[in-house]
Design a protein around this ligand. Sequence first.
Ligand SMILES: *[C@@H]1O[C@H](CO)[C@@H](O)[C@H](O)[C@H]1NC(C)=O
Ligand SMILES: *[C@@H]1O[C@H](CO)[C@@H](O)[C@H](O)[C@H]1NC(C)=O
Ligand SMILES: *[C@@H]1O[C@H](CO)[C@@H](O)[C@H](O)[C@H]1NC(C)=O
Ligand SMILES: *[C@@H]1O[C@H](CO)[C@@H](O)[C@H](O)[C@H]1NC(C)=O
Ligand SMILES: *[C@@H]1O[C@H](CO)[C@@H](O)[C@H](O)[C@H]1NC(C)=O
Length: 476
Amino acid sequence: MSRFALFLLTLLVLSSSRCYAIGSQSNRTVLALASRIGINYGKLDNNLPSPYQSINLIKSLKAGHVKLYDADPETLKLLSKTNLYVTIMVPNDQIISIGADQATADNWIATNVLPFYPQTRIRFVLVGNEILSYSSDQDKQIWANLVPAMRKVVNSLRARGIHNIKVGTPLAMDALRSSFPPSSGAFREDIAVPVMLPLLKFLNGTNSFFFLDVYPYFPWSTDPVNNHLDYALFESNSTYIDPQTGLVYTNLLDQMLDSVIFAMAKLGYPDVRLAISETGWPNAGDILETGANILNAATYNRNLIKKLTANPPLGTPARRGAPIPTFLFSLFNENQKPGSGTERHWGILNHDGTPIYEIDFSGTRSVSSFDKLPKPSNNVPFKGSVWCVAVDGAGEAELGQALNFACGRSNETCAALAPGRECYAPVSVSWHASYAFSSYWAQFRNQSSQCYFNGLSRETTTNPGNERCKFPSVTL
Ligand SMILES: *[C@@H]1O[C@H](CO)[C@@H](O)[C@H](O)[C@H]1NC(C)=O
Ligand SMILES: *[C@@H]1O[C@H](CO)[C@@H](O)[C@H](O)[C@H]1NC(C)=O
Ligand SMILES: *[C@@H]1O[C@H](CO)[C@@H](O)[C@H](O)[C@H]1NC(C)=O
Ligand SMILES: *[C@@H]1O[C@H](CO)[C@@H](O)[C@H](O)[C@H]1NC(C)=O
Ligand SMILES: *[C@@H]1O[C@H](CO)[C@@H](O)[C@H](O)[C@H]1NC(C)=O
């Protein structure tokens, strides 16, 4: 963290007195170089720079921590040559077997931690990713094994004399059934007693952190007319006062964090520390995704870092002064993440390593290019018609499969494509797919369908139909 000695001292004092996993306790030089802010290094992309190049980019950003979504040996080996603190993850599909068997946990640690530690400064092992956001029967079996798996991972580490790696699990805000006002924060009933209670007991008992993936962008963008953008971007002069507690809020992130603190307190664990495993703002998105743009992303991350690197730490209204370890999401835009356009646009860097916008992980420098960023045109919801059409250059076989998928859910979707009907000609896969995509999207968007189709489609405001064949649209 390229901040001042005073700040480092504060962190060191915290480190030794409360067993902080976040900083080295022995090497002040290292602390002097790294920011408290970390970066998520996701790799769901078919065209990323190599791990070697990516790690150099992370170093040049002066991030203090890096979080991987796996425990890739090449990356972990390369990280041993850096001062970065490292977080690795146990994949969701290994939780059941690790939860059931200490030997499996030992094996996992032997394969993914021991060859690299301590040269690679692994500080957190996170077990699973947002597992409570899924709820099939298989997923529920994963829920039941979460805390047993975390305990077995800790047992393995302790048995090998490793005490400064903490174990956690990142959860999303959908673990809550209520989050507003913050004092009403409460965990979902289906998980409160069976999952959250043992999890909180574990986190409290091991002095670990509640890792939260928290995105003010999502609640803001569900109603960008009535929610205030400046409140989500930490730029508001107005405040919200929680009627139960009288606590005064100046931004949406604090509200969301405190709702988790209140939810934990309701289960009897008011003191478990929070860490932010993911947060950020999308730099672009689909036509209908309001507020996803570079200026908002740069503003959110700049103000976030400033807030979280303040010395002394600011904390939140419910927990004044608490430091909150934080990982930004994400290093790169990731072109293979499914879903709407924003999913593929959370990055800070382009694939060639140039910044999409400048960012200062120390929170101390002003970024000179900030005022030159393009002024957003999508901060208010789009009004008009949008269609979903096949991208140029898509392979016919792939398009054909996507066409079958789009037409297969309801007989209505592609009725107009039948021989003799108004949209049958021209008979090309691309034309039929474009019609099917538009029709499917218009029909099922209200059930969370996206204009994505494995990357074979794009949104357009140019009407693709003609006098004979009218394409269904999403019209707002
Ligand atoms: C502390 O870190 C610096 C910079 O990487 C390194 O040169 C030095 O050897 C380290 N000292 C100790 C005691 O680990
Ligand atoms: C949480 O941990 C603290 C510190 O070890 C302990 O004093 C407290 O009793 C624990 N809380 C619960 C509810 O177990
Ligand atoms: C907030 O207050 C500052 C300082 O008084 C002012 O410059 C800024 O324009 C205000 N922002 C909003 C959104 O009203
Ligand atoms: C769709 O059409 C097929 C064949 O005409 C018919 O058997 C089926 O019941 C229809 N499905 C729906 C959901 O209408
Ligand atoms: C979704 O929209 C379609 C088409 O406008 C409509 O027929 C359907 O009833 C809607 N379904 C829901 C769940 O709102």
